[in-house]
Design a protein around this ligand. Structure first.
Ligand code: GAP
Length: 511
C-alpha cells in the first residue's frame, strides 16, 4: 500500500466520490463553505455516533444537548469573544488583498507565531520576503480582525446578534437548567455536535479552515475542590491510567522532539489529575477508535501567550498530515475554569452557582472542555485511511467499519431471477439495520473496486452455490479474503464484524 494524495488530490477524491464539495457550486462556490453528499453525510453521522458512544460514556451524567446557533451580543461580551476572538490580518495596500499573517509564516517558515505581536508579524513577513500572494508586493500592515459573524436580527431596526463561533457557549447557557433537571449531580457533562461560524481571513484546505463548520465538544462541569481527587467517576480512578504514556511537546521544550510522558509524571509537572485523566481518554479515542497510528498523534502545550484567552491549561491534539506535510490541530483539551460561567453570571445577572453538599458552600463550577473539530477529524480520517493498493491498482478507503459510510454491498453473481430474489431478500433484511448497497451492474471486479474505494468494509455475494447451500460469501475489503457463512447466521455474524467483536477469518469458513 502506498500513500500519495496531497490536499488537492484528496479534495478531488472527496468530490469525485460525492463525499464533500464546495457550497453553492453552480453559482461559482463560496470560499470556506462546504457541503456533504450522501456518502459524506453517512460517514459524518457514523463519526458522530462513534464520538458520542465514547465520550458520553466517560461520566455517569454526560448527555448530548442541542442549541441555537444564533445568540445575543451579551453572550459574547460575557464569554470574551467580542474583545478577544481575533486573528492577525495582513493587508496589501497595492492590490487590496488580505491574508492571515500568522498562517503565511507558519506554512512557509514552519515556525509557530501565536505569541507574536502584529508589529513582529509584519517584520517577519517583510524580513523573509513573504509577499502578497496576488500582486507580490510587500504587506503594509498587520492588525487584529475579529472573526465573529454579526447578523441583523429582525426587520429594519433589528438588533445585532451573532452566529456562535464555538458550540461551547450552548452548554454554558443551558447549564443551570440541565443541572436542576438532572437532580443536581456533578460532574455534569453536556456535549454538542453542531455548527460553528468564524469569519476566517483566509479559508483554506477545504474542511480544515472553513467559515462554517462543525465541532464536537464536551463541556464537563465539575467542583474545582475535586480536581485532584483519586476517584474520577463512581467507578474509575486515576491509578487505573497512571502508567499510560502520552506523546507531548511541552511549552518550554519546543526545540526538542516529542517525548513520551506517563500520566503520573504529568502530575509532577503540575497538571491536575482530572485534566490528565481526560487527556489519556482523548488519546485512547484517537488511537484505538479512530485508528490513527501512534506516530501521527501528539499533544502540544500552548504557553501563556499562545493559549486561548479562556484557558488555564491548553493542550492541542495534533495529527501529522501527510497531505499538508505538517502537524495540524484537530482538537484541544481545555481547562476553562469558571471563565465562562462566571462571565455569564456577571452579565446576565442570573446566579449560576451550585451548592457543595459536603461543605455547604456555593461555588461556580469549573469546566474541562474536550473540543474536537468534527470536520477536520472527518477530513483526516479519510486522509489516514485512504491507501493506494498497487496490486489492485485502486484506492482502498480502509475506514474502521463503524465509520464507513456503507457497511456492505450485496452482489448477485448470477443473472437469473432466483439468484437476484435471494440477494434481494438478504439486502432487505440487512437494510433494516444498516446502510448497505445492492449492486448488480458491471463485472464483479468493478463492483468490488467501486466499494473498496468508498470504504465499504464487506461485500456479500450470492454465487452459484448459495441457493443450494443456503449461504453467502463475505469478502473483506482490507485483504480481499473471503468466507462462507450460512444465511441464517449472516445478521449475527455481520453485526459482530462491524463492531469488530470477531476476527474475520474466524467468522466463517475461509474460501
Ligand atoms: N470551544 C473551544 C474551541 O472552539 P478552538 O481551538 O477554537 O477551540 C476547536 O476550536 C477545534 O475546532 C479546533 O481544534 C479545530 O479542529 C476546529 N476548528 C477551528 N476553527 C476551524 C475552522 N475555521 N474550520 C474548521 N475547523 C475549525
Amino acid at each position: 500500500m502506498e500513500k500519495k494524495e496531497n490536499n488537492e488530490e484528496l479534495l478531488a477524491f472527496l468530490k469525485r466520490k460525492g463525499f464533500v464539495y464546495q457550497g453553492s457550486e453552480i453559482y461559482g462556490g463560496l470560499a470556506g463553505i462546504w457541503e456533504f453528499g450522501h456518502l459524506g453525510k453517512l460517514m459524518k453521522n457514523n463519526l458522530e455516533n462513534v464520538w458520542k458512544n465514547y465520550f458520553l460514556s466517560l461520566g455517569d451524567e454526560f448527555y448530548e444537548i442541542e442549541g441555537s446557533i444564533i445568540m445575543p451580543k451579551n453572550v459574547f461580551v460575557a464569554s470574551g469573544h467580542l474583545d478577544n476572538f481575533d486573528d492577525p490580518l495582513a493587508e496589501c495596500f497595492k492590490c487590496g488583498n488580505t491574508e492571515r499573517a500568522d498562517k503565511i509564516i507558519e506554512e512557509k517558515l514552519k515556525i509557530r507565531v501565536e505569541s507574536s505581536t502584529d508589529k513582529e508579524l509584519l517584520k517577519i513577513l517583510n524580513d523573509n520576503k513573504l509577499y502578497c500572494s496576488k500582486c507580490k508586493s510587500k504587506f503594509e500592515k498587520v492588525s487584529r480582525f475579529n472573526m465573529m459573524f454579526p447578523i441583523n436580527f429582525g426587520p429594519k431596526e433589528g438588533s445585532t446578534v451573532y452566529l456562535r463561533p464555538e458550540t461551547a457557549q450552548t452548554p454554558y447557557l443551558n447549564f443551570k437548567t440541565q443541572y436542576e433537571l438532572l437532580r443536581k449531580k456533578m460532574p455534569l457533562g453536556l456535549a454538542v455536535i453542531g455548527k460553528a461560524f468564524r469569519n476566517e481571513i483566509s479559508p483554506k484546505h477545504s474542511l480544515i479552515r472553513c467559515r462554517e463548520f462543525e465541532q464536537a465538544e464536551l463541556q464537563i462541569f465539575f467542583n474545582p475542590r475535586e480536581i485532584n481527587n483519586e476517584q474520577i467517576t463512581d467507578t474509575n480512578t486515576f491509578s487505573e491510567i497512571k502508567n499510560e504514556k502520552l506523546k507531548i511537546i511541552l511549552k518550554d521544550e519546543r526545540n526538542k522532539p516529542e517525548k513520551e510522558i506517563s500520566a503520573s509524571k504529568l502530575l509532577d509537572y503540575g497538571l491536575p489529575k482530572y485534566y490528565v485523566y481526560h487527556m489519556v481518554k482523548v488519546q485512547e479515542y484517537i488511537l484505538q477508535i479512530l485508528k490513527i497510528p501512534k506516530e501521527k498523534f501528539r499533544f502540544y502545550e500552548l504557553n501563556d501567550q499562545e493559549k486561548a484567552f479562556y484557558n488555564k491549561n491548553h493542550f492541542d491534539m495534533e495529527y501529522y498530515s501527510e497531505s499538508l506535510n505538517d502537524w495540524v490541530e484537530i482538537g484541544g483539551v481545555h481547562y476553562r475554569t469558571d471563565h465562562d460561567l462566571g462571565g455569564h453570571q456577571k452579565i446576565s445577572q442570573v446566579n449560576l452557582s451550585v451548592l457543595d453538599e459536603k461543605t455547604n458552600e456555593k461555588y461556580i463550577p469549573h469546566v474541562l472542555e474536550l473540543s474536537f473539530g468534527h470536520w477536520r477529524n472527518f477530513y483526516f480520517l479519510i486522509e489516514e485511511h485512504l491507501k493506494f493498493d498497487k496490486k489492485r491498482e485502486n484506492n482502498i478507503l480502509m475506514l474502521p467499519p463503524k465509520i464507513a459510510p456503507l457497511k456492505a454491498a450485496i452482489f448477485p453473481m448470477i443473472k437469473q431471477p432466483e439468484y437476484e430474489d435471494y440477494a434481494r431478500r438478504i439486502f432487505n433484511e440487512l437494510k433494516k439495520e444498516w446502510n448497505i448497497a445492492y449492486d448488480k451492474s458491471g463485472s464483479i471486479g468493478r463492483r468490488y473496486a467501486r466499494n473498496d474505494e468508498i470504504g465499504t468494509p464487506f461485500c456479500i455475494t450470492i454465487d452459484q452455490d448459495s441457493i443450494k447451500n443456503k449461504d453467502v460469501t463475505i469478502r473483506n475489503r482490507d485483504n480481499t479474503k473471503q468466507i462462507r457463512v450460512k444465511s441464517s447466521e449472516l445478521k449475527d455474524i455481520f453485526k459482530k464484524l462491524i463492531n469488530e467483536e470477531i476476527e474475520f477469518e474466524k467468522a466463517g469458513k475461509l474460501i
